[in-house]
Every structure is written in structure tokens, then in C-alpha cells.
Design a protein around this ligand. Sequence first.
Ligand code: MLT
Length: 325
Amino acid sequence: MPDILIPEKMQGAAVDALCSRFDVVYEPELWKEPGQLREKIKDFRALIVRNQTAVDATLISAAQQLLVIGRAGVGLDNVDVKHAEHAGMVVTFTPDQNAISVAELAIGMMLSLARMIPAADQDTKNGNWNRHRFMGMELYGKTLGIVGAGKIGYLTARRAQAFGMRIIAYDPFLSPDNILLSDLPAELVELDDLLARADIVSCHLPSTKQTQGLLNETSFRKMKGGAFFINTSRGKVVSEVGLVNVLKAGVIAGAALDVRNTEPPPAGELESLPNVILTPHIAAFTVEAQNRVTTAICEDVARVLDGLPAINAVGAALPRGKVTP
Ligand code: MLT
């Protein structure tokens, strides 16, 4: 029986180490063919995915031998965790391993928006020398609104403090005496208050039923005139139609998005707006983060196949009611 199926692009020393111990089938394009994937998964004991494979109820039900699902990343929106746990499988992920890289991209986007770096670069390469056209804004003394004050939100805020920014944060799951907040320090506020006060709003939310569409036209219209919006978390928490409307109406000054409602996105209006910066979900794509992510997920999957509890299990750390090695 083969051991581990990897249906998305994933390489590196940790994957090589896994291949030396287990029978690993690496088919980086297989995620695009759900029918074939469903057929193939039947015999495997482990599955490792990034964010493109839909690990839904249908796939899980077909995976009769599966002991463990490894999600190389922090977002679990492409994995039906409840169904997997019900089927006795371990779901493991990498909760912190790419957090620094995501926070660094959020800071990069703040600077890019505030100083119009991509537009100035393009304009200069077009043969122009328009110094006065690119009058920017300092981050110093400005208010950063962090929506979702988990690890990534916290690391982003810490870095923004080095620029002399004031931090306010909205997180319904965080109590005002949370250690992250006392360490910052940041003021915990309601979402509407944050939107009204922040010069830059940076979104760090998971995609859940409660968060999907949370940042919509109504909320964007509550933002300060001249403010910027950044999303490096999950595309579905934002209404792109609402964002386009407020950008076109000049309600806010600009936006930077690393994540989209649909990935890859169909061509749309966001692509043609000059005050929008778009990147293709690269927040976690640094050499360092990917080394940490692949090492952690490969090691945890190997642990489960060796009969040991997973370190970063979302729920149960050992498979239930299944034949272990
Ligand atoms: C994550 O969830 O870890 C990042 O967004 C990257 C990814 O989805 O793989």
C-alpha cells in the first residue's frame, strides 16, 4: 500500500527525507482533477496539501485508508476538518511557521501603498521622472487598524510599531487582557471604531462563516477618507464588488490584496484600478517560511504514520478506529 499522496507543488529537503522513509507519490497537478484524486486517494494512508486541493466530504469519504491529512499552511478553509475528524483522521497544519513572512508582506504593502512604489516604478520605467506625482504619506504617527489579532496580526503590529505607528485592533475572540495586546500595547476596539479611526486597515482573519464578507461596501464606507486597506489573510472575508465601488468613488485612497475571492481570479475591475496593488497569494512564499512549513508538516505526517501523536493536530492527535502501522 502506498503511504503518502502529495497532489500539489511541494519540494525541499523535508519532502526528500519523507521519500527516503515512505512510499510517496508526488503529482503536483493532481489537485486540478478532483475525480482522479478521489480515485487515487483510496489506497493512501496520508495526504499532504497546500491551499488548492479541496479536501471536502466527498474526497474524505473516498479515502478509506487515510490516517492523516497534512495542511502545509495555516488556513484550513480547504479542509473539511469536521468530516475528517468524524472519519477518525488526524488533521495537522502549520499554525505559526509562515507568520513572519505574512507580517513582512503586510508591512511591504503598507509602504508600497503609502509611497506608491509600484506605480512610481512603472512610471519611471516608462521613461518619466514625475517626482511631484508621487507625493506619499509617512507611516510615522499614523494609526494601524489590525482586524484579527492572532499571531500574524500581532507580528504585523509589532513591526508597524517600529515605524512609530499607533495600533488599534479588533478581534471578537480576544479579551482586553490578552498577552499579545499587553505586549504591544494595542487598544482593543469594536470594528466600526477601528474602521473610523485607522489610516491603514490590515486584515488578518481566517475564512469562516462569521468572517466571510465581513469587510463589505458598508464597512469600507465607514473608513477614514484617504485610508488604505490591506488583505493578506483570506480573499473571502472581503466583498471585492464593495471594494471596487469605494475605490472608484474615492472613499478610500487605495488597497493592496494578496488574496482573492477566487484564486486565480477572473479578470475584473480591480486589475485596472491604479490605486490597487495585487499579488498572487505570495505572503507565505519565502524560502524561510516554506522550509519551516514543509519541515513541520512532513515531520508531523511521519509521526502519525509511525504511530506517534501529531504535534500540530487541529483536533485529535492520533487516528481513531483505523489500522495504524
Ligand atoms: C496559509 O494559509 O498558510 C497561507 O495563506 C498560504 C497557503 O494558503 O498555503
